[in-house]
Design a protein around this ligand. Structure first.
Ligand code: 13P
Length: 331
């Protein structure tokens, strides 16, 4: 096994998954504002310290994805968050894309994720800071005219280039094409857009010579749009999601992890559980890389002055444990 495939397989080892705490400053502000949490660097540090120091979280979590600010931060006695995680046997990941611009020649509202300029040098620095894996997210929207082929092509090209640059640096890339859940689209439209994105992505990865065993796919489940009004059972979501993967994802890929993407923590865990119950983790290990799907109850508790930090950490443990069980179909 190559070094990359060892790191990638460990991230999806049995009963474990990834916790994403890599919200950019803007996204973190939205989350804090929604709960009236003062938005300062120190408050962000305190919140991330709470997440990083949660006791026994390593029983459910194999890796944390950090943001640039967070990988440089430390606890109150000066121990870096990266070192704290490593001392628990948790791998350190880093978000390396640098946000989005309007997609050139795409439809109004389509975005292109950027960040390839200087990526090689940034990865070298992140490696020094302790990172073993990275993440890049491309957000794809659905409407009657979206996603356009142009937008898909440009985003999947950037994702594949990012993956190859990571692997050259000995960093495992998590490649994240996210078909965004907000919108009025049907589950069939989500299936179609996801299929187009994944088939394009893997043909680019293969033509650029990426090592599929040394990367993880992070993506959405096949779901109806949040504003569609369509009701679909967890069984149908599981079937459609796995059908889409079987048609488009090579079996060599080390593992597939989901984002929660606006599902509640319960939906995120229940649907992951259903997928693993019905398909037994075959042919890929299927696990989680949730942000809100694990953090939200802990953040709600942290915003509540009547609750202690320990109570917030218990919420994090509980949500992570549910996802851990779901990753084995045992919830
Ligand atoms: P959510 O699980 O909150 O969607 O975040 C996961 C993530 O890392 C999105 O890039």
């Amino acid at each position: 096994m190559s070094k990359l495939s060892i790191i990638a397989s460990k991230l999806v080892e049995s009963g474990k998954g990834i916790l994403a705490i890599d919200e950019s400053t803007g996204t973190c502000k939205n989350r804090f504002d929604a709960l009236d949490i003062p938005f300062t660097e120190e408050k962000r540090r305190q919140y991330r310290e709470l997440l990083v120091t949660t006791p026994n979280i390593e029983e459910s979590i194999s890796g944390y994805i950090l943001f640039d600010e967070t990988i440089r931060q430390s606890n109150e006695v000066g121990e870096s968050f990266a070192d704290i995680l490593k001392s628990k046997g948790i791998a350190v990941g880093i978000k390396v894309d640098q946000g989005k611009v309007d997609c050139p020649e795409g439809e109004n509202g389509e975005h292109l994720t950027i960040g390839l300029d200087g990526l090689d040098a940034r990865l070298k620095e992140y490696k020094e800071l302790g990172a073993e894996f990275a993440k890049w997210r491309a957000a794809i929207y659905i409407s009657d005219v979206m996603p356009t082929n142009t937008c898909l092509d440009q985003n999947m090209e950037a994702l594949a280039d990012y993956a190859v640059i990571c692997q050259k640096n000995g960093i495992v890339p998590i490649i994240e094409p996210e078909i965004v859940m907000s919108g009025k689209h049907t589950i069939n439209q989500c299936y179609g857009a996801s299929s187009r994105a994944l088939s394009k992505l893997f043909s680019k990865l293969e033509s650029k010579g990426a090592e599929l065993e040394g990367l993880l796919l992070k993506t959405n489940m096949i779901l109806p749009g949040k504003e569609s009004g369509q009701q679909v059972s967890d069984e149908v979501i599981a079937e459609q999601t796995m059908k889409c993967f079987k048609e488009n994802v090579p079996t060599q890929v080390a593992g597939i992890v989901f984002l929660s993407g606006g599902q509640t923590p319960k939906q995120s865990a229940d649907r992951l559980n259903m997928i693993n119950k019905m398909f037994g983790g075959k042919p890929w290990t299927i696990s989680f890389s949730y942000g809100r799907g694990i953090q939200q109850p802990a953040l709600n508790a942290w915003a509540d002055e009547a609750k202690t930090d320990e109570q917030s950490q218990q919420e994090l443990q509980k949500a992570a444990k549910n996802c851990s069980l779901a990753s084995e179909g045992k919830l």
